[in-house]
Design a protein. Structure first.
Length: 237
């Protein structure tokens, strides 16, 4: 059995060792996704994920997939894609609402989306307080063709979702931006669960206990990301 959380009460989550092994890391149900609840959840390495018609579900997978400065790499194929994307532009927080809406849109390979209106509203509120980040990729015609978004806490970037309207667009956006995040103070990019897509960039699985220990240290350290708002990709990127 998992705990039921009361949205009318202050946010409180059970200890992660109570999470179910099957499905992987299901910890609790209920609660809400207000910025207060989200802040407490991510502080403990917990995130919401459920179909819109389901009750709110909270997860803490084991093992956990993360990217660090030591593990990060740009695959040769992605580096070639970046070099071919001359005059494409990557921006940060210039179109957050458009990015999260694109991530929420139905996809051919999936039956639905977990990004509902409450999630969109709450993450936009967190953007206004400097706790969220969107990455956008624009083609030379000024069209938004890919990107991703997530939350920032201390020296951790919690990746949430990505989208592509052209082949490999999200890979190009992440391949350009991830090195900047790691160079400017981010110690860990949380990928939540293993995917082949992120494994190409050096995502590695670590035990939940190790992740939580690293998380608690990293979120206590403040970082001021001094990132350019726009990057024009050149052939030598």
């Amino acid at each position: 059995m998992i705990d039921w959380l009361d949205a009318a009460q202050p946010p409180f989550f059970p200890a992660s060792h109570q999470a179910l092994d099957e499905p992987n890391g299901l910890l609790a149900a209920g609660g809400c996704t207000s910025p207060l609840w989200l802040d407490q959840a991510y502080r403990q390495g917990i995130f919401p994920w459920n179909d819109p018609e389901e009750v709110r579900l909270w997860w803490t997978p084991a093992p956990r997939a993360v990217i660090t400065a030591e593990s990060f790499r740009i695959p040769r194929t992605v580096r070639k894609l970046i070099n071919r994307a001359k005059n494409y532009t990557v921006t940060l927080n210039q179109a957050f609402e458009r990015v999260i809406q694109a991530c929420a849109a139905p996809r051919a390979e999936e039956s639905g989306t977990w990004i509902d209106d409450d999630i969109i509203t709450s993450y936009q509120r967190m953007l206004r307080s400097g706790r969220a980040l969107s990455i956008e990729l624009w083609n030379p015609d000024g069209e938004l063709i890919g990107g991703c978004y997530g939350l920032l806490k201390g020296r951790v970037f919690f990746g949430e979702s990505m989208f592509s309207r052209e082949s490999n667009a999200s890979k190009i956006a992440f391949g350009v931006t991830a090195p900047l995040l790691l160079e400017h103070g981010i110690q860990m990019i949380d990928c939540q669960m293993h995917t082949e897509h992120l494994a190409q960039f050096g995502a590695q699985e670590i035990p939940r206990s190790q992740f939580e220990a690293q998380l608690q240290q990293a979120i206590q350290e403040k970082t001021q990301l001094q990132l350019p708002s726009a990057l024009l990709i050149s052939a030598s990127a």
